[in-house]
Design a protein around this ligand. Structure first.
Ligand SMILES: [Zn+2]
Length: 647
């Protein structure tokens, strides 16, 4: 039996260097390979023969099948025309697609071309490789075609610049990741999970999964409602060593799941972060915003924008429903979680069938306008770590239709009184869901037309939403790909960019809807609007998401007569609360009690161990009890710092 066959059958492990040698050996001599390198879990071979690069997919398909490895051939740098010449040729070849930006990733022989109409280059289903091949043939560069964000997104442009400006560092990093993934590993004789945050609380999600060989951190968030050390995951435990951490996997971009990632880089982490394509720009946006809000309000976050940049440079965007090796004994697959753009159910396959763990992050197993319901059909699963934000027995959400009616009635009432309505939202998720509801109501004549102001970061996040329509609900996908009508692009939405505009809006006698962060009134423009709107009985505040204990949002929701606002410099102001307060629950991006139980009951195959996290103590405990008693499977709500041996 050839060595490579033994490797594939798992009876012998090859090191990274062996694998690269095997790949080269399996190519014909005309391949004239000058170098082969890992790019994360896949391999790039660089060839001096452009004709071979053009024909390579034929050979590489076979290699990929035999070695279970993605391999791509690119031109050696000696074959590349200059960037200026390439730019000119690319413009001539695909100018009709509307080129808006070109970046050269010189160390990987790739050129990233941003176009208005990618389908003109890639074909309607991404199959028309003709133009792509022509670019390769005429310039040597391998083109990566990307869609121009329909709304300008500085974040997406900045990320692209960071990645291409640091082309060599990025290439070296990806190679190092590959060498680690394919290092010879110890056998997975055990697996355990340590709960470093989000135990019987909502916030600071972080679960460390360990095997004898690997250490993978699932999420690394902050608790925006807490202060001091309670705001961050507990990383000063014996089992967590930053220099031995292999990888971080992010379920989604909300700060309670990704807000502490830059801290890891500040303190020397050099490994990869895996997440979906939209999660990269969204998490970067929300981290930068958290930093800005903290600075403005005199709070501290223990990292800087330099550390956020380091996180970008180390992030590997991972396609959904594709198996990716992330350590010698852990394979990762991401599935839709239905919670926000790019949110994922994380599936880890350990060893050769040794153990399968599902981590839900935040998930929605129910209808929404933006996303399809969370995925729960797997080949194998034994353990599940699941959220319980609305896991309590009496956490039953009203139906979507009722919730939409409630919100629209509230808007009509405010409009009738000529007042303003504030909807505090997280930058991404519920905000875009509510935008779609209002957009549909205005379009169908169920709501009068009125300005809908979308403040700062909510707008920036919406721009990212419109860049990745393939991650949205099938009805939106259909609309976008058939006639390019994304409802999020409706001109009824108006961007608010700065403080001056906010003050003008408040001074104007105009009925309007305002969507602004933060969602729990813990800082940001929503607090500014609230402080200007609270005393006027014609105004209203509509809460559409979870309000954590200890936040201004939670206090306002109780509708006291007076409300105390702490302003900058810790001064306090007392003001009467006259604005009408609504709390509309049905739009949650989280599953309610019934949906959580349905998600588990319908999960294939049936797991044998459920660990309940990300919920207030009473809810997490109630849910665990319910799972134990009705499904008769092992379930518990682990304490902070508890470690559980899964097998
Ligand atoms: Zn979330």
């Amino acid at each position: 039996m050839k060595l490579i066959d033994k490797f594939v059958r798992g009876s012998v492990s090859l090191s990274g260097t062996d694998i690269l040698k095997q790949v080269e050996a399996s190519l014909p001599s005309k391949a004239e390979v000058t170098e082969s390198r890992f790019e994360g879990a896949s391999v790039a071979v660089f060839s001096k023969n452009l004709k071979f690069v053009m024909e390579a997919p034929e050979y590489l398909r076979e290699v990929a099948k035999n070695m279970k490895l993605r391999v791509e051939a690119r031109a050696d740098k000696s074959l590349l025309v200059t960037p200026e010449e390439a730019q000119e040729k690319i413009s001539r070849l695909i100018g009709e697609a509307g080129i808006t930006d070109i970046f050269f990733d010189t160390h990987r022989s790739r050129v990233i071309v941003e176009v208005e109409k990618p389908s003109l280059v890639l074909g309607p289903r991404g199959t028309g490789y003709g133009k792509v091949n022509e670019i390769k043939e005429k310039t040597g560069w391998t083109p990566v075609i990307q869609r121009k964000p329909p709304l300008k997104s500085d974040i997406i442009t900045t990320i692209r610049k960071i990645l291409t400006k640091n082309s060599k560092d990025r290439a070296d990093f990806l190679h190092k990741v590959g060498m680690r993934i394919y290092a010879e590993g110890k056998e997975p004789k055990w697996i355990r999970a340590s709960f470093l945050g989000a135990s019987r609380e909502v916030g600071r999600s972080a679960v460390l999964v360990q095997t004898p060989e690997s250490r993978v951190l699932l999420d690394c968030g902050i608790n925006v409602a807490a202060s001091g050390e309670d705001a961050f995951p507990v990383l000063d435990t014996p089992e967590f060593r930053i220099d031995r951490l292999d990888a971080v996997v992010l379920s989604h971009a909300h700060l309670d799941h990704c807000g502490f990632v830059p801290f890891l880089y500040k303190y020397g982490f050099e490994g990869p972060v895996y997440c979906s394509r939209p999660t990269l720009p969204l998490s970067t946006l929300l981290q930068l915003d958290a930093l800005e809000v903290a600075q403005r309000e005199g709070k501290t976050i223990p990292y800087s924008s330099k550390d956020i940049e380091a996180a970008v440079l180390h992030t590997i965007a991972t396609p959904e429903e594709e198996v990716t090796n992330i350590t010698p004994d852990v394979r990762l697959t991401l599935y839709n979680a239905g919670h926000m753009l790019g949110s994922n159910i994380v599936h880890l396959h350990v060893g050769e069938g040794f153990y399968n763990l599902v981590y839900t992050g935040d998930f929605k197993y129910g209808p929404s306008r933006l996303h399809d319901p969370a995925h729960n059909q797997f080949l194998r699963v034994e353990g599940v770590i699941m959220e319980s934000t609305y896991g309590g027995r009496d956490n039953l959400q009203v139906s979507r239709a009722d919730a939409e009616d409630q919100l629209l009635d509230a808007v009509k009432e405010v409009a009738g009184k000529g007042g303003k309505m504030l909807i505090p939202v997280l930058g991404a998720g519920r905000a875009q869901e509510v935008m779609l509801i209002i957009e549909a109501a205005v379009r169908e004549g169920r709501l009068p037309e009125m300005p809908i102001y979308v403040d700062g970061i909510v707008w920036d996040a919406t721009a990212i939403y419109t860049t990745y329509p393939e991650f949205l609900h099938k009805s939106i996908r259909r609309a976008v790909f058939s006639h390019e009508a994304n409802p999020l692009l409706n001109p009824i939405f108006r961007r608010v960019g700065g403080q001056k505009e906010r003050e003008e809006m408040m001074a104007k006698d105009e009925s309007c809807i305002i969507m602004a962060t933060s969602g729990m009134l813990t800082g940001g423009p929503s607090v500014f609007y609230f402080s200007h709107m609270a005393t006027n009985p014609n105004n209203a505040v509509a809460f559409v998401n979870y309000q954590a204990e200890g936040t201004l949002g939670r206090r306002v929701m109780r509708q006291p007569k007076d409300i105390i606002l702490s302003t900058r410099n810790s001064a306090r102001a007392v003001m009467p609360l006259n604005a009408k307060i609504y709390s509309v629950q049905g739009f949650s991006g989280h599953s309610d009690h019934k949906q959580i139980m349905a998600y588990l009951n319908n999960m294939t195959p049936r797991p044998n161990n459920v660990m309940v996290v990300h919920g207030e103590a009473s809810k997490a405990l109630e849910l665990a009890t319910k799972i134990r008693t009705t499904m008769r499977i092992h379930a518990k709500a682990p304490l902070l710092l508890e470690a559980i041996r899964l097998k």
